[in-house]
Design a protein around this ligand. Structure first.
Ligand code: GLU
Length: 291
């Protein structure tokens, strides 16, 4: 991967499961702004592992909508034209290698619990969609590092119960989370051979040498999970910067009424990117002292 400017590296990582809305645009705008301030490199990654929900038409719409909104990225695989996104669906061997390392290191165990939990694991769990704490039904007393190949089972990462997983966030300051209390053992690999969002995300953020991940505050618990995975894999996690969520007057997260606020519909109803960025919600949270 070529690198320009300083060593700061950031990413935009949408999932092609629908149209981007203004909440995404705001988070991505700040991701790009952090890169701009540091004269770093911005990467676009298409998180398209969720084959049930991902659609190529949404992946193309994301690119068009991001460009319309004024966002651009300066690195990607060579596709003989403008920088293409990195696509997770083309990076499966990296996830499989990391999973083997976790299995051999005795960090994960096979789990035969409900289909519903397992299906959800491939998408990023946003705030209220996050999973309940796993009751430990399939958790063994001791994990044997010499476990068989992954086929036929889903696999969970065993979290260190009671451990303080706090981290220092670039936007929010200290975020306090405790393993086993705020989140439990989570899925890293499904029996159909699909890695979970948590595993694919930390593998890519590390392989792409991200120095900071800018994402919505609904992913705070995912960040704690991904930091544990990084530690188990012997990697240094990136820094994190969580943008507070954009809620409407009733406190409802924007995603819930995303259709009306999709960049597509806003554009069709005559909004310009400049007008959207001038909306007060766009920057009121940004801690300008922390650059
Ligand atoms: N693609 C995921 C999402 O859209 C991941 C975001 C992230 O890890 O920052 O929610």
């Amino acid at each position: 991967m070529d690198s320009v400017g300083t060593s700061y590296r950031g990413r935009l990582a949408p999932s092609p499961t629908g149209y981007l809305h203004l909440g995404h645009a705001r988070t991505f705008w700040w991701a790009a702004e952090r890169v701009r301030q540091a004269n770093g490199t911005l990467v676009l990654r298409d998180d398209d592992l969720d084959v049930q929900r991902a659609r190529p038409a949404f992946a193309q719409a994301q690119i068009d909508d991001l460009r319309w909104f004024g966002l651009d990225w300066s690195e990607g695989p060579d596709v003989g034209g403008p920088f293409g996104p990195y696509r997770q669906s083309q990076r499966r061997s990296l996830y499989a290698a990391a999973f083997s390392q976790l299995r051999e290191g005795g960090w994960v165990y096979p789990c035969r619990c409900t289909r519903r939990d397992i299906q959800a694991a491939v998408s990023a769990p946003h705030a209220s969609d996050d999973e309940p704490i796993y009751p430990g039904t399939c958790r063994p007393q001791r994990i044997d590092g010499n476990q068989p190949e992954p086929s036929g089972s889903n696999w969970r990462f065993r979290v260190p119960d009671g451990e303080d997983c706090s981290f220092d966030d670039g936007a929010l300051g200290t975020v306090s989370l405790v393993a086993g209390r705020d989140f439990g053992d989570f899925i890293v690999w499904r029996q159909d051979g699909v890695p979970s969002y948590q595993l694919a995300c930390i593998v890519d953020d590390t392989a792409m040498a991200m120095t900071e991940v800018v994402r919505g505050a609904d992913l705070l618990i995912s960040t704690a999970r991904q930091r544990l995975l990084a530690r188990a894999l012997g990697w240094t996690p990136p820094a994190y910067f969580h943008c507070p969520l954009w809620c409407d007057a009733d406190g409802v997260r924007l995603a819930k009424r995303a259709d009306a606020m999709s960049l597509r519909s806003l554009r069709q109803t005559g909004w310009s990117p400049e007008q959207l960025r001038a909306r007060p919600e766009f920057d009121h949270f940004f801690p300008s002292s922390r650059t």
